[in-house]
Ligand binder design. Structure first.
Ligand code: DOR
Ligand code: ZN
Length: 346
């Protein structure tokens, strides 16, 4: 008989975008309701490039957490060509956990990203020494490389040389989307792990084109072929400590996604843990959800596991189609209007 209820250690989200200002106030409660901690991405405009900016951002986030919810933002700094090596120690002293590497131009607000990793080598040395992590957006930006191949080319051109030069730098391959990334991380040593999003476990690239172009399924790295989705499900449900939960929930106003040049990002926060439960259940692997959602992340980051517990019940519910977002705009969550089988109990 299939389970009707599962209880897990309270999960964390190891990759989250919450934006700032009024938009932030409308999305933080959704994550705080489900997760104890979240690694917050620094791709604001302007980006969070210093320890001081990260500390101020953390305070603004904390001010939007509803009373009675226990939610800790884990801060990251945006790596640029000009990040001074001393920023690593300042970041550590301010309680930040990682730097984020965006290849310049790879995605939303990445213009200030790194143009050539070699320019950052002194800072990477300082990160390695400070024990801070490097979180990578693993896609090359070379316009001659097909959009669907940019992740696997990144592994060859950038990740392998980077790991050779910094063998003791802890790296998270964020939002892995291909069988090549899953295989690379699975076979590598203990200094690299990967996050996997709910959309890359649940959908392949057909979702973007079914019955017309569907912008709410567009994110970066873009959804891939079914063989890649299957490899990601296998990795996430394998029990390997190298794979853990990172939603990459990336809120954009609906009108900016339903646009001639629509923004990349799926807003999964309102149903995040339920979306993962759906994917793990479909793979017959609900018993592997707790490791992926609650243990492997803190273990890799060197942080304590949570002690509180949460319960999901097998209970059909419909994800809201539209939610208020910021000042008088709306947002459409991932799988809005569709039914999920698992519901987090309040
Ligand atoms: O789809 C995405 N949206 N991918 C990213 O890497 C950035 C994110 C965003 O900030 O909107
Ligand atoms: Zn992201």
């Amino acid at each position: 008989m299939s389970a009707t209820s599962i209880t897990l250690t309270r999960p964390d989200d190891w990759h989250l975008h919450v934006r700032d200002g009024a938009a932030m106030a409308s999305v933080v409660p959704a994550s705080a309701r489900q997760f104890a901690r979240a690694v917050v991405m620094p791709n604001l405009k302007p980006p969070v490039t210093t320890a001081a900016l990260a500390a101020a951002y953390r305070e603004r986030i904390q001010a939007t957490v509803p009373a009675g919810l226990d939610f800790q933002p884990l801060m990251t700094l945006y790596l640029t060509d000009n990040t001074p090596p001393e920023e690593a120690e300042r970041a550590k002293a301010a309680g930040a956990v990682a730097f984020k590497y965006y290849p310049a131009g790879a995605t939303t607000n990445s213009d200030a990203g790194v143009t050539d990793l070699r320019k950052t080598y002194k800072t990477l040395e300082a990160l390695q020494k400070a024990g801070l992590l490097l979180l990578v957006h693993g896609e090359v930006t070379d316009p001659n490389v097909d959009v669907f191949d940019r992740e696997q080319v990144f592994i060859e051109r950038q990740l392998i040389p980077l790991r050779r030069d910094f063998p003791e730098l802890k790296i998270v391959f964020e939002h892995a989307t291909t069988k090549e990334a899953a295989a690379y991380v699975a076979q590598a040593d203990g200094y690299i792990a990967a996050t996997i999003t709910p959309q890359h476990l649940l959908f392949n690239r057909n979702a973007i084109f079914t019955g017309g172009i569907r912008p709410h399924y567009y994110c970066l790295p873009v959804l891939k072929r079914e063989e890649h989705r299957l490899a990601l499900v296998q990795a996430a449900t394998s029990g390997s400590p190298k794979f853990f939960l990172g939603t990459d929930s990336a809120p954009h106003a609906a009108h900016l996604k339903e646009h001639a040049s629509g923004c990349a990002g799926c807003y999964s926060a309102p149903a995040a843990i339920e979306l993962y439960a759906q994917a793990f259940d479909a793979a017959g692997a609900l018993d592997k959800l707790e490791g992926f959602a609650s243990f492997h992340g803190p273990d890799f980051y060197g942080l304590p596991r949570n002690t509180a517990r949460v319960t999901l019940k097998r209970e059909a519910w419909t994800v809201p189609e539209v939610l208020p977002f910021g000042d008088n705009t709306q947002i459409k969550p991932l799988m809005g209007g569709e039914t999920l089988d698992w519901k987090l109990q309040p």
